[in-house]
Design a protein around this ligand. Structure first.
Ligand SMILES: [Zn+2]
Length: 286
């Protein structure tokens, strides 16, 4: 946050400030994805299972490559925090920061969830989202952000001096531990920055601080993903509910989220193959 400057602006300050911004990571050179193949697969997919994540809790789930899953709003407006790992290697996990650098602060249809180094490949591709009409509002906020990290008991303790045990970080840790048999301490090390499903966020115009406002999600809304690789996921139903007031407490109205699993006709994905890990290796250095 920029506070009051202690230094006088130089005489050429306006010139220095008026240079043109350059996109850090132009995505025109990203390997092309065949969007028509996703569309063809979606047209054939059938619901094969579903699970409910209760309020202020989390659930882990597994999806195989070449299948779809949806996160669905059911009883009321609710934000979800999503973690993804490669099913056979928890060290390959969703890389929120790099995904933000490539696709921007908020994700939408066609964007991909990229994995950590040294793998750096798409783990999942967003194939539909009923809130895509929202775009960016007058406050500069949008939905499905990759800027927040996840509500956690450590920051809550730091700022409020209290202990709260239903933060998304803790919910995700418990869900991963229950799914894998890892201890809570072991599982916690694998929990990472999330995709904030349905959360409506932005940065204030004056101080550029992270803010949230009540999510526009309503029952029936969903976001849909194509699993590019075999995935282990965990979804937390944030104790902030629609995140319109506060989180890290039992104050907000909270609702469950539903995860639906869909399988397409394999014929619709003929010729498709999972993305390979990055071809770059540190061992290539001299
Ligand atoms: Zn949360």
């Amino acid at each position: 946050m920029k506070r009051t400057a202690e230094n006088k602006a130089p005489v050429d300050a306006d010139v220095r400030k008026s240079v043109k911004p350059v996109i850090c990571y132009p995505i025109e050179t990203l390997p092309l994805q065949d969007t028509s193949q996703y569309a063809a697969a979606r047209a054939t997919m059938k619901l094969t299972g579903e699970m409910i994540v209760p309020p202020r809790d989390a659930g882990a789930f597994r999806v195989t490559a070449e299948s779809f899953f949806r996160i669905v709003s059911v009883d009321g407006p609710q934000v979800g925090d999503l973690n993804l790992w490669a099913q056979d290697d928890l060290t390959e996990r969703f890389y929120s920061g790099k995904t933000r650098a490539l696709h921007g602060t908020h994700l939408s249809t066609g964007d991909r969830m990229w994995s950590s180094f040294p793998h750096m490949r798409p783990m999942a591709t967003i194939t539909h989202g009923t809130l895509d009409w929202y775009g960016f509002d007058a406050d500069g906020s949008g939905v499905h952000d990759v800027i927040g990290t996840r509500c956690d008991p450590y920051t809550n303790r730091l700022l409020n001096g209290s202990n709260y045990h239903r933060c998304c970080h803790s919910n995700l840790t418990r869900a991963l531990a229950a799914e894998t048999g890892l201890s809570l301490q072991q599982a916690e090390a694998h929990v990472h920055d999330v995709l904030n499903i349905f959360m409506c966020t932005g940065f204030t115009h004056d101080t550029h601080q992270y803010f949230m406002k009540a999510s526009p999600v309503r029952p029936g809304d969903f976001i849909e993903f194509f699993a590019e690789i075999d995935l282990l996921g965990a979804l937390s139903t944030c104790p902030g509910g629609d995140c319109g007031a506060e989180h890290s407490s039992d104050t907000a109205n909270c609702y469950p989220l539903k995860i639906e699993f869909y399988h397409p006709d394999p014929k619709a994905l003929a010729g498709w193959s999972p993305p390979e890990p990055s071809a770059y290796s540190l061992s290539q250095r001299g």
